[in-house]
Design a protein around this ligand. Structure first.
Ligand SMILES: Nc1ncnc2c1ncn2[C@@H]1O[C@H](COP(=O)(O)OP(=O)(O)O)[C@@H](O)[C@H]1O
Ligand SMILES: [Mg+2]
Length: 281
């Protein structure tokens, strides 16, 4: 079942920039999906439309079947939250605990319930030991985790994340994606994220939409979307590195790979099989 559905969505900014030029997509209950596109392809604009921040768009956005333009902020933000690319735009309280507590306090919960919600949310993002720490002293990645905790403490069932791995080091990127996957699998949070990072997507996402010039140009599972390097470069993207390697071995060196694996694990299996078959087509 669809939780968010966009139909023929377009948006032009006041200065005339056509940032989103025709997007139809759906986010299904419980999935981990996302939009992939180069810088300036319209991802942030799209997320702001989906979250009800930009309202003067054309086309329609439905949240659980209801027209988002007819929903109050309270109705939208009771279910769905957005994590901006830069956590400094989102965090404002002096300490981690106070920041994460802001939402539940605003929702009118009593003190015991607030403490319970904050602790649970901080545990979910592995930040419980930082509760008393000043926000200022956190690393960029830790700040991103606190932003996510702030949404979880309000009980959001749907998270929109704008470039959640941007600005993190390689291990931090992986840990962030692993955290999101756990929230999705274990806490049943529906996730839709924007990214331009092709290497992490096939490992984690169920489904993605490729955005170019504000339009969806392809969609499906990572296997369906990542095709030939030339097609990816037409939308200013590339294949995941491991896929690029196997693609070249197959097409330029004529090694008999059946399919193009997208992850290290899949590549390892394909290579082992190839050895066992002795490179026969
Ligand atoms: N507030 C704005 N006013 C005018 N143009 C904007 C504004 N925000 C973004 N844009 C333009 O809209 C296009 C899409 O931007 P954006 O949605 O931020 O893309 P992405 O997140 O994929 O990098 C870009 O050409 C950008 O310059
Ligand atoms: Mg952006």
């Amino acid at each position: 079942m669809n939780r968010i559905a966009l139909k023929n969505v377009r948006h032009r900014y006041a200065d005339g920039t056509e940032a989103v030029t025709g997007v139809t997509l759906a986010v299904r209950r419980g999935e981990f999906a996302g939009v992939l596109g180069y810088n300036g392809s319209g991802k942030t604009t799209l997320l702001k439309i989906m979250d009800g921040i930009i309202k003067d768009f054309q086309g329609s956005v439905h949240l659980d079947g209801a027209d988002i333009r007819r929903l109050s902020s309270r109705e939208i933000y009771g279910k769905m939250g957005i994590v901006f690319q830069n956590p400094n735009d989102q965090l404002f309280a002096p300490t981690v605990f106070e920041d994460v507590a802001f939402g539940p306090i605003n929702m009118g919960f009593g003190e015991d319930e607030v403490v319970k919600r904050v602790n649970r949310a901080l545990e979910a993002v592995e930040m419980a030991v930082y509760a008393k720490k000043s926000i200022h002293n956190l690393s960029f990645g830790q700040k991103k985790r606190v932003c996510i905790a702030g949404l979880l403490s309000m009980g959001h069932e749907i998270l929109l994340l704008d470039e959640p791995t941007a600005g993190l080091d390689p291990l931090g990127e992986y840990q962030m994606m692993d955290l999101l996957m756990k929230l999705n699998r274990e806490k049943k949070v529906t996730i839709f994220m924007a990214t331009h990072s092709v290497d992490l997507i096939p490992v984690f996402l169920d489904r993605l939409y490729v955005l170019s010039d504000g339009k969806v140009v392809s969609s499906g599972t990572p296997e369906a979307v990542f095709t030939a390097p030339e097609e990816m470069s037409q939308v200013r993207l590339r294949l995941p590195q491991i896929a690029e390697l196997i693609y070249r071995l197959k097409h330029e060196d004529e090694l008999a790979f059946g399919r193009i694996p997208l992850t290290i694990g899949e590549a390892r299996r394909e290579i082992m099989e190839l050895f066992q078959r002795g490179n026969r087509q």
